[in-house]
Design a protein around this ligand. Structure first.
Ligand code: AMP
Length: 571
């Protein structure tokens, strides 16, 4: 029988079918101040209108530093500081439409800068602070920012590679900039600014942010999202994260990634929620303690983090009071059914998978808090989104059949371009009438969509096509397996064979016996051709800095393909 985690009927989305059928994007206009004459600007809607309204003294941000210190900013304070920053940028010669990159650790000033840039009509380019000099240089050379906001440490780290660029940006330094000739301090930019600076009225299709995403080959691409993305970001936090004004919300994604801004900053602030930002890195105890300390109600994270919490052991959960938490959302990678079950059994919380991409700007497919969850499925399209599984002619394939996951173009948060690369942008629309996501999937009879893999990751073995996700999910059900990545390895006889890279849970030793045991364990759970004919135990898996497993690195190692761009590879 099909596995279902039954709905609890709670949440903002009362009845999915009706909401989906009757939905119209214009029904959301009234949720925004611009419909009453305010500026059309993401910063005005996320911060300024609360800064002067009923929520002005409410905490918008608790910024939890690695040192343990917390800086809390109300909407009013954030509105004032970001206005000062916006005005200061103008005085510095930055104009509407200019890119301003923010290369900072997750401090409160990162948030002030992002809001300030978008408020003055600039295009914010958040860069994850763990990016190395080469990755930063690629992005700066591509995006040509007028200014970069950074810290003395990160400035020193990247100076040598940035110095040779033909149009060097201005540097705004957070912290002591004495001795850094030609730079200006963050404090001075604020001082130069004007706290009554009003958000610039933008066109809905003007970009407010550029997010770099890793290409499978070649250089990273700069995805531009427009101000009108606010409609879908609001819908995402309302229906997918199920947030309300009284909620404390923690999204663990760095603002360098689309999740970290769309549903990490802007979305929750449109509804007036309080957000938590943590500067430090992953540590199971610290993460549980953040939920306890700030009484987090909704937590948005990624499958990798959830698997790491599982690896830390079930006993640890009992040391913390997680009673504030209503539910968890997960995005960015496939969420194994085993992890969803663990959420219910150990955390006593539902974990809601949702699917989207940098290019889609906001969640597009989800297992909603108010609806049944099918573990292992990504859920159903968000109201206002048409998602289908199509063949290469754009025809929908029958229920249960594999095809290309595609979206009907025109949703509000759809990217408006790839910076400086119109050819690359057009490639997404090569199937007539559709935006092609590059993922393989199938739809079931109830309209739930199941992820099979990136089109590039699909394994062709013995004449069959196989997505790595189902094999990986079967592998991690084995008690000694913490994580796994599955790729196709070239094979004369079978075209490719299934090869699994496995990270063991603590307390397990690699051995031939264990390989055999794991193979037998998954063999009975999978199609006859799908079990791994080769297993290799590894200490870690190659991941992007946003935590996604990079299967193509493993595949290249097996001689299957070119390694491609590695600038996004974590250390
Ligand atoms: P990015 O633009 O870097 O966020 O990557 C987007 C890609 O991540 C998608 O095309 C999928 O391959 C993958 N992805 C995102 N969310 C999910 C999900 N919920 N389930 C499976 N894959 C996902």
């Amino acid at each position: 029988m099909e596995e279902i985690i039954a709905r609890e009927g709670l949440g903002n989305l009362k009845d999915y079918q009706t909401a989906y059928r009757e939905f119209n994007w214009s029904s959301m206009d009234k949720d925004f101040d611009w419909s009453r004459g305010g500026s059309y600007n993401v910063a005005a809607e996320a911060v300024d209108r609360h800064g002067r309204g009923e929520l002005k003294n409410k905490v918008a941000l608790h910024s939890f530093k690695a040192s343990g210190e917390v800086r809390s900013l109300t909407f009013k304070e954030l509105s004032r500081l970001s206005s000062e920053f916006a005005g200061g940028l103008l005085k510095l010669g930055v104009s509407k439409g200019d890119r301003v990159f923010v290369y900072l650790d997750r401090t409160s000033e990162l948030f002030i800068a992002l809001i300030g840039i978008t408020k003055m009509g600039g295009i914010a380019g958040p860069l994850f602070s763990a990016l190395g000099p080469e990755a930063v240089r690629d992005r700066v050379a591509d995006g040509g920012p007028a200014a970069i906001v950074t810290s003395p440490y990160l400035y020193h780290r990247t100076q040598s590679v940035l110095a040779g660029l033909p149009h060097p940006p201005k540097f705004i330094i957070l912290g002591d900039n004495s001795g850094l000739g030609g730079t200006i301090s963050f404090e001075d930019v604020l001082k130069e600014g004007d706290q009554s600076f009003e958000a610039v009225d933008m066109d809905p299709s003007d970009p407010y942010i550029i997010h770099y995403t890793s290409g499978s080959t070649g250089k990273p691409k700069g995805v531009l999202l427009p101000h009108r993305a606010m409609l879908q970001q609001l819908l995402g936090v309302r229906y997918v994260a199920d947030l309300g004004q009284d909620d404390v919300y923690w999204c663990t994604a760095d603002p360098g990634w689309v999740t970290g801004t769309s549903v990490g900053i802007f979305g929750p602030w449109y509804v007036g929620a309080t957000i938590i930002s943590f500067e430090g890195r992953f540590d199971a105890r610290t993460w549980y303690s953040i939920i306890e300390k700030f009484k987090v109600n909704v937590w948005f994270t990624a499958p990798t983090a959830l698997r790491m919490l599982m690896k830390a052991g079930d006993a640890m959960v009992k040391d913390f009071d997680l009673s504030s938490l209503r539910h968890i959302c997960s995005a960015g990678e496939p969420l194994n059914p085993h992890v969803v079950r663990w959420g219910v059994e150990v955390l006593h919380r539902r974990i809601h998978d949702n699917w989207w991409q940098t290019e889609t700007g906001a969640p597009c497919i989800a297992n909603y808090p108010s609806e049944n969850i099918k573990p292992g499925s990504m859920g159903r399209p968000v109201p206002g989104i048409v998602a289908a599984v199509v063949d290469d002619q754009g025809r929908e394939v029958p229920v249960g059949k594999e095809g290309f996951l595609a979206l009907r173009p025109g949703w509000p948060s759809m990217m408006i371009g790839i910076w400086g690369n119109i050819t690359r942008y057009r490639e997404y629309f090569y199937v007539p009438g559709w935006y092609v996501t590059g993922d393989q999937a199938f739809k079931d009879k109830d309209g739930y969509i199941w992820f099979l893999g990136r089109a590039d990751d699909v394994i062709k073995t013995s004449g069959e096509r196989l997505g790595p996700f189902e094999v990986e999910s079967a592998l991690i059900e084995h008690p000694s397996v913490a994580e796994s990545a599955v790729v196709g390895k070239p094979d004369e006889l079978r075209g490719e064979i299934v090869k699994a890279f496995i990270v063991l849970r603590p307390g397990n030793e690699p051995s031939e016996g264990l390989k055999e045991e794991i193979t037998n364990f998954v063999r009975v759970r999978l199609a006859y051709y799908a079990y791994p004919r080769e297993i290799e135990f590894v200490e870690t898996l190659p991941k992007t800095r946003s935590g996604k497993i990079m299967r193509r690195i493993l595949k290249a190692k097996e001689g299957g393909s070119d390694v491609g761009d590695t600038s996004m590879l974590d250390d």
